[in-house]
Design a protein around this ligand. Structure first.
Ligand code: RUQ
Ligand code: CUA
Length: 622
């Protein structure tokens, strides 16, 4: 067997120290960027007024809990979609529907956006994402760019690996970053190896009812699971994910979780797992169907890999998966075909927790080690199947050929790229053209805003020799992004009338305020430039309730006109929501504060927007 990592640990510490100072490579890289900014490059990213960008970029907002939408190649930011955190700009997390979605949480850590796929190609319909901070998964509707469903994923802590979808969005697999006892109940850390688990969840999406569901879970060993990818074409029934801390360290992870020479890639066949569940081969745990690989055998294998791997990416042709060793200088190319043969011939070198370990030599295709490149993290692909790997430590993108291992090109980026994203990069048919480096550090790149600097995205033209042609600051944190052809996304212009929505009112004369005991339901409308809550009342734009009343304000925007959005805020009640054209939204709250509170439209909608207000009167109890 080959030697695993040819770096002495002292040297390794040196590389890591270098990432902290950044001094060594920043000077070099700067001259490179400066010279790249000439007129013809500027023309490539210039999208004149009236013209639109060719691609949408969906970028992770990390611990902002949001998703950011950019146009490529202009790199103009178009929108923020709040997903896991409330957002006062859109009233997300304040209205009844989105408040329920939040589940009481006030922040999220959104890592990897994943577009829905049909036949391995982005279909432009849905966007999925997971929350590492509070263990949730979400789906965003790309007809409206709004979050439609969020589920809490039990038995796991931090579904970081995800989201990634199978070829026809059959499943989204959510492995956990942190191992915890099942049900997250209290267990001593001394019992870590026996009582803790790294649970992976198989999530399905019910498109008709717009609901995420957990089909089953797998109680994997108590390791950390890092990145994943689904197979394609001949490997479409399979998926891979990297692990670290197979040492099962429970403290000082940064030292102890990097001791063993190797970790593993988990290789599993999801069709087989689904069949096991169908055949009743699972145990019920906290309401979930749980497969225990030491008892319910089959479908899951381990592939040894250089220690502490991070990214794993399947090539567009579905033949290989490429693992990157964040502490090593090498990428390892593994062959699915070889893996399937090894499974068939039982070429095992042992097992862990009942899961067979495939022989490294039986699955490995080649180790790729570009000269002086350090800290490979994630790989993307172009239209010719060439690979682009981010080098976190040596701050560059390396282009190489997975079929030969040959380095073809490299470009320094500013600095420390985590992921990069290429146009249609995770599909069976990437576009080439553009690659964006998602950099963790932008030091010196933009006007200073104090000790903490923004992160950055750098647009790289990959149609010929790689060249950086644009650099934009970005809010935290550019973890991952996906880039889809703009014409694949079909948004609606206004919300259509919904005759089945009992909360909706489309005519001024149908507006009313209904009282049932201490419950008050307002069925109102918003239009340019007034609110009407009860047309027949002396003052139709006033809501009057008693202190302690439970209030529901159902508001419909009857301006069926593109981009005429109204807001609805109650001054000093900490409430604001949005109604987009044709949309009905509900705000629910208890009027616990007596007094006089102006209500007003928060979204500038007409010349008389300032006049679009009224009063919310709360009569004191006695
Ligand atoms: S991870 S920087 Cu959250 Cu995608 Cu590799
Ligand atoms: Cu409605 Cu401003």
């Amino acid at each position: 067997m080959k030697k695993w990592i040819p770096i002495a640990s002292g040297l390794l510490a040196g590389f890591i120290a270098a990432t902290i100072s950044f001094a060594d490579f920043s000077s070099n890289s700067k001259t490179e960027t400066a010279s790249a900014n000439n007129k013809s490059d500027a023309e490539k990213v210039y999208v004149p007024f009236g013209k639109k960008d060719d691609y949408y970029l969906f970028a992770s907002g990390g611990h902002s809990g949001q998703m950011f939408i950019y146009g490529v190649p202009s790199m103009r930011k178009i929108r923020t979609i709040p997903v896991f955190s409330p957002d006062s700009a859109t009233g997300y997390g304040f209205d009844e529907h989105s408040k329920k979605l939040m589940g009481g949480y006030t922040w999220g850590d959104l890592h990897h956006p994943a577009l829905s796929e049909t036949k391995g190609d982005y279909d432009g319909k849905w966007m999925f994402a997971t929350d590492v901070g509070n263990s949730r998964a979400a789906v965003v509707d790309l007809k409206t760019f709004t979050t439609k469903d969020i589920i809490k994923v039990p038995n796991t802590a931090g579904p970081h690996c995800a989201a990634f979808v199978t070829e026809n969005t059959e499943y989204m697999f959510l492995p956990t970053r942190f191992a915890v006892p099942l049900g997250q109940k209290y267990e001593k850390l001394d019992d870590y190896s026996s009582k803790y688990r790294g649970v992976m969840s198989a999530v399905t999406f019910d498109e008709k009812n717009v609901k995420l569901n957990i089909a089953y879970q797998v109680a994997l060993p108590p390791w950390s699971y890092d990145l994943s990818d689904a197979g394609k074409k001949s490997s479409k029934d399979w998926a891979v994910m990297t692990t670290y801390n197979t040492e099962e360290a429970t403290t000082t992870m940064e030292v102890k979780a990097s001791q063993a020479d190797r970790d593993y890639i988990v290789l599993f066949n999801w069709k087989e797992l689904a069949k096991m569940v169908k055949d009743g081969q699972y145990e019920e745990v906290n309401g979930q169907k749980m497969i225990f690989p030491e008892k319910q055998k089959g479908g899951i294998y381990l592939v040894p890999v250089a220690k502490s791997p991070h990214g794993v990416d399947v090539t567009p042709d579905g033949k290989y998966f490429i693992a990157s060793g964040k502490l090593a200088p090498a990428m390892t190319v593994f062959s699915f075909e070889k893996a399937f043969k090894a499974v068939q011939n039982k070429e095992f070198s042992g097992e862990r927790n009942g899961i067979p370990i495939l022989k490294y030599e039986s699955v490995m295709e080649r180790e790729v080690n570009p000269e002086n490149a350090l800290g490979p993290l994630h790989t993307q692909f172009d239209d010719k199947g060439m690979a682009y790997t981010t080098m976190f430590i040596s701050s560059e993108i390396v282009k190489w050929d997975p079929k030969t291992g040959k380095t073809l090109d490299r470009v320094p980026v500013q600095y420390s790229p985590g992921h990069s994203v290429s146009a249609e990069g995770d599909t069976v048919a990437p576009d080439g053209k553009w690659l964006i480096a998602l950099n963790k550090i932008a030091k010196d790149s933009y006007l200073s805003v104090g000790p903490s600097h923004p992160e950055s995205m750098q647009l790289i033209d990959i149609s010929g020799k790689m060249k950086i042609i644009q650099s934009v600051p970005v809010d935290p944190e550019p973890h991952y992004a996906q880039m889809i052809k703009a014409d694949k996304i079909k948004t609606i212009e206004v919300y259509p009338k919904d005759p089945n929505n009992k909360d909706a009112v489309y005519n001024q004369k149908d507006t009313k305020i209904v009282r049932k005991g201490n419950e008050v339901h307002v069925y109102g409308i918003a239009m340019r430039s007034r609110f009407v809550f009860e047309a027949k009342a002396k003052r139709p734009d006033v809501i009057e309730v008693n202190q302690g009343d439970h209030v529901f304000i159902h508001l419909t925007n009857i301006d069926f006109d593109e981009d005429i959005t109204h807001g609805f805020a109650i001054n000093d009640y900490d409430l604001n929501m949005e109604v987009q054209p044709g949309q009905t939204n509900t705000m629910e709250f208890t009027a616990d504060k007596a007094g006089t509170f102006p209500l007003y439209c928060t979204n500038f909608c007409s010349a008389l927007h300032q006049e679009m207000n009224g009063y919310f009167l709360v009569k004191p109890k006695q």
